[in-house]
Design a binder for this molecule. Structure first.
Ligand code: ZN
Length: 116
């Protein structure tokens, strides 16, 4: 059965999307669940999954940088991070814009997901 995001997660996605793409600042963007690459050093092997380790560890990406020509899912995490920077730094940018701590929420555990 497919899990759906909780209200808290949906609210978080909306906040993150409202910041605009973290690469291009384009307001058209969707959430990407950070995983692999720099996330492995920071969070361990469980972050290898494409769904990431938490619904709170997401960054806003324009489709071009997500699944498009220069997308993280197209190029692969390692190459993409050398071009656009570590996901851990982009998460830091997101966290600094919020009035709550995404790392603390992530440590509390996953709340279901409806996108990758
Ligand atoms: Zn993604």
């Amino acid at each position: 059965m497919k899990k759906h995001a909780t209200k808290e997660v949906k609210r978080h996605y909306k906040r993150v999307i409202d910041f605009g793409c973290c690469i291009s600042r384009n307001p058209l963007c969707i959430v990407h669940h950070c995983h692999g690459g720099s996330m492995v050093q920071a969070w361990g092997n469980k972050s290898q999954s494409q769904r990431g380790i938490s619904d709170f560890l997401v960054i806003p990406l324009h489709p071009h940088y997500h699944t498009g020509q220069e997308g993280i899912h197209t190029l692969g995490v390692d190459l993409w991070e050398t071009m656009y920077g570590p996901q851990t730094e982009l998460l830091e940018w997101v966290n600094n814009l919020l009035d709550y701590d995404i790392y603390e929420l992530a440590r509390k555990g996953k709340n279901g997901f409806d996108t990758d």
